[in-house]
Ligand binder design. Sequence first.
Ligand SMILES: [Zn+2]
Length: 99
Amino acid sequence: MSEGTHTVTAGPPDPARTEAVIFKAGCPECRGRFELAADALRLAIGATHRTTFYSFTCPRCQAAVRKPAGERIVELLTGGGVSTLRLHSTVRGGSAARA
Ligand SMILES: [Zn+2]
């Protein structure tokens, strides 16, 4: 992934050049909106869109928030280093309609 040329002069060196990807997420419980790092989020990819979601623990009220993840969100999250759990590894038989 190329972001072009950064002309950053004498800055403090990053200890671990991790791309600080920040995801914005809202909590339906306390209505808070947060900026979460990749390691605060979990992504679960199911067999269908309905079982594909991301989750995080609200930093304010500790609620376990789960939200559906569309294709774009999945791309964003996986590209941002969010740990991904694939739920459909045992899909076999049935109507495997892959779009
Ligand atoms: Zn909350």
